[in-house]
Design a protein around this ligand. Sequence first.
Ligand SMILES: Cc1cc2nc3c(=O)[nH]c(=O)nc-3n(C[C@H](O)[C@H](O)[C@H](O)COP(=O)(O)O)c2cc1C
Length: 182
Amino acid sequence: MKTLIINGSPRKNGDTVSLIKKLTEQLNGEYKIVDAYYSDISACIDCRYCRSNDGCSINDEMTEVYDYIADCDNVVIASPIYFSQPTGKLLDVCSRFQTYFAQKHFRGKSPSIKPKKGAIILVGGGDGNPQKAYETLCGILKHINVKDVYELVGSFSTNEISVKYDERALEKVKSLAVFLNS
Ligand SMILES: Cc1cc2nc3c(=O)[nH]c(=O)nc-3n(C[C@H](O)[C@H](O)[C@H](O)COP(=O)(O)O)c2cc1C
């Protein structure tokens, strides 16, 4: 089993990373973590190369991510909530999924990627509703052939309680691992 995890947090030992670590401790198989803030992946520039060609005109670490997406079984997107949405850097990485949209809608080709299970992990300080960010990311997961998205997992009062002590969030991560492993 192969799982791609996209981390949208800039904090190397922050709340998102804590939940990702809890998840990977319980995941079967191999996984690859893409750090939106620290990898060499730039945003889509709408050059429209992918409207007539496979792949992407930008040659950066996203090439490895495209290869992984082709045959991985699960994709997990994890992010802090910024202004009720996933972080901008995370959306930059996800903007590169435009190639799959173009493949289907402009060239009429089915995406050459394995159907997957998906999940979204969000954390928030407490002054925002995670629903908008969840819906944004559900829409993004559809572009990469995710057929089955798990219910929202996360911790939404991190200003008050660290995720490490948020028992409900930790239990949900456990259930998420069972879903992805099955
Ligand atoms: C620019 C910015 C915007 C934020 N906006 C929200 C928000 O809309 N809702 C919320 O609940 N928390 C918001 N937060 C708080 C973070 O989501 C929270 O601190 C989170 O636990 C950080 O996760 P991390 O440690 O994984 O980076 C914001 C934080 C920053 C820096």
